[in-house]
Design a protein around this ligand. Structure first.
Ligand SMILES: Cc1cc2nc3c(=O)[nH]c(=O)nc-3n(C[C@H](O)[C@H](O)[C@H](O)COP(=O)(O)OP(=O)(O)OC[C@H]3O[C@@H](n4cnc5c(N)ncnc54)[C@H](O)[C@@H]3O)c2cc1C
Length: 488
């Protein structure tokens, strides 16, 4: 079998992989090769299908403006950009993971989120403002989520194109259709990798391997094995290439596991979209402003528990647990304007009465009438509705309660959207330390083996939106720098 020597090998072709490869090259690695399983037209992993917003610590509008050099003064003055502090980011991580996220890794993530964002900006990554809600002419954002990379084509593909350009200018070699088939070495030290491409299988001798091969969400077999009953039937929002074999071979080598193995990021999405590589157009995240009912016409979760960025990753699971894994979001003319352009990629089912709507979505009309009337009667009339904050306008005396933004559904025409749950990425993965080194089951680093991105086990139960991309860049930067030092 043919063999070659390369100082730093990065496995994967997604955002975590590019960030690690660029950091390694910047830190002096003489040669860096990226192995991407996908063919060129499909490269880029999950980010290809994503919007790639980043959650990061920043001090307010002045700092954000450094990332938007061409923004118009008048437009910028309409943006509501309060600071997002380290304390807020850490509190968000702890709350949604129910205190289970690693203390050390979450501290590293929070502490380095700001410098990692400035590193991307310094490298030339271009940015634009994130999704928002416009109220009385002012633009409101989710806390900590105000910008994402652009690059002409927008969103995740824009970010990938920018990274690929930067990597290419630095002389990083990206090999498409190059699948990692084996790790060489043992649980003390990595010595190389075996690669399969359409022409041959060959080996690379190396002292530094960075694993950025994503989660296992695109393997129906592994979803069934780890995520529970019928998880093999879930729709997959991102890349079909994230099938978990690199994760499994690393565990077989002796790596320690971490994160929530029965957990995954799963969101409410339009049920009419295809089964895989769905992307962000199918996102249906307006539910905090209205009610969601299952096919039996019943509400089944607190739609207003918090802003969608703190609940969406578990709301997909709530929908998947309903009969037929289906549900309907229902809006009236008070709340439809709050959907903004986020629902522009699907057609609402419209009706002038709740009876008519029930008929159109196949729910027993009397039951839906009852659910809506019960909800409307339970809404506190003495609290004002305010979409810019947790308004405390809740329901009283019904289960499940709606904790915020409870507005009576009484202004036709009504809209309904049919939704299901789609898996984004899995939470179970490898245990790394704060230097992005992969640990063995004795808690010692496997020399020369690093990991970043969805292949790392970090989250439990739920996830504060847009932490994945920030986690990628923070740990990929560390992995790249440390791998370069190892490979020199
Ligand atoms: C629709 C959608 C929207 C999202 N929106 C956001 C957002 O706004 N903000 C945010 O922070 N996160 C978001 N995410 C999550 C985020 O995109 C992922 O967490 C992140 O992209 C993971 O990066 P990664 O590089 O670890 O994995 P991936 O991007 O999935 O890359 C894995 C790579 O490994 C390759 N690979 C797999 N197996 C092998 C093998 N055997 N050999 C070689 N290569 C292999 C794959 O082909 C792929 O290139 C979103 C995800 C989706 C799907």
């Amino acid at each position: 079998m043919r063999s070659e020597n390369i100082p730093v090998v990065v496995v994967g072709g997604g955002s975590a992989a590019f960030e690690a490869a660029v950091a390694a090259k910047q830190a002096g690695a003489p040669k860096v090769v990226m192995l991407e399983k996908a063919p060129e037209p499909e490269f880029g992993g999950n980010a290809r299908f994503s919007h790639t917003g980043f959650r990061w610590v920043f001090s307010g509008g002045d700092e954000v403006r450094q990332f938007l050099p061409d923004i118009d003064d008048e437009f910028f003055s309409k943006l509501n950009l309060p600071a997002y502090s380290s304390e807020m980011f850490q509190a968000d991580l702890q709350r949604v993971t129910q205190g289970r996220i690693s203390k050390e890794l979450s501290e590293t993530l929070v502490a380095q989120s700001n410098s990692a964002m400035h590193w991307m900006r310094d490298l030339g990554i271009k940015w634009e403002i994130d999704s928002n809600v416009v109220i009385d002419g002012r633009y409101y954002f989710e806390p900590g989520l105000v910008i994402h990379p652009t690059g002409g084509v927008g969103g995740g593909l824009g970010q990938l194109m920018q990274w690929r350009d930067i990597a290419s200018k630095m002389g990083i070699e990206l090999r498409y259709e190059s699948r990692l088939t084996a790790l060489l070495g043992n649980d003390q030290q990595i010595t190389g990798v075996r690669v399969s491409d359409p022409k041959e299988e060959y080996e690379i001798q190396t002292h530094s391997v960075i694993l950025c091969a994503g989660g296992f969400q695109a393997s129906a077999e592994m979803r069934a094995r780890y995520l529970g009953a019928n998880a093999d039937l879930m729709k997959v929002r991102g890349s079909k290439h994230d099938t978990g074999e690199v994760l499994m071979m690393t565990i077989a080598l002796g790596a320690k596991t971490a994160g929530h193995w029965q957990g995954a990021h799963a969101t409410p999405i339009d049920s009419t979209y295809p089964d895989v590589e769905i992307g962000s157009k199918a996102n249906r995240y307006g539910y905090p402003y209205s009610i969601t009912v299952n096919t039996l016409g019943q509400r089944f979760f607190d739609e207003g528990e918090a802003r969608h960025s703190y609940t969406y990753a578990k709301t997909g699971w709530a929908v998947l647990g309903q009969p037929g894994a289906l549900a309907y979001q229902i809006y009236d003319q008070t709340t439809i304007p709050l959907l903004g352009n986020r629902y522009e990629f699907s057609t609402p089912i419209e009706a002038n009465s709740i009876d008519e709507l029930a008929g159109k979505i196949g729910i027993e009309p009397t039951v839906l009438q009852h659910t809506v009337a019960e909800f409307n009667n339970a809404v506190r009339k003495d609290v004002a509705f305010d979409a810019t904050k947790l308004d405390g306008k809740c329901t009283e005396g019904i289960t499940p309660k709606k904790s915020n933004w409870a507005s009576p559904i009484d202004k036709p025409p009504y809209w309904a959207f049919s939704i299901t749950g789609g898996v984004t990425f899995t939470f179970g993965g490898l245990q790394i330390n704060t230097q992005a080194q992969v640990l063995n089951t004795s808690n010692n680093p496997i020399r020369g083996l690093f990991a970043s991105g969805d292949i790392v086990g970090l989250f439990f139960h739920n996830y504060p939106s847009c932490t994945g991309q920030t986690r990628n860049v923070v740990f990929s930067r560390l992995a790249g720098r440390n791998a370069a030092a190892q490979g020199l």
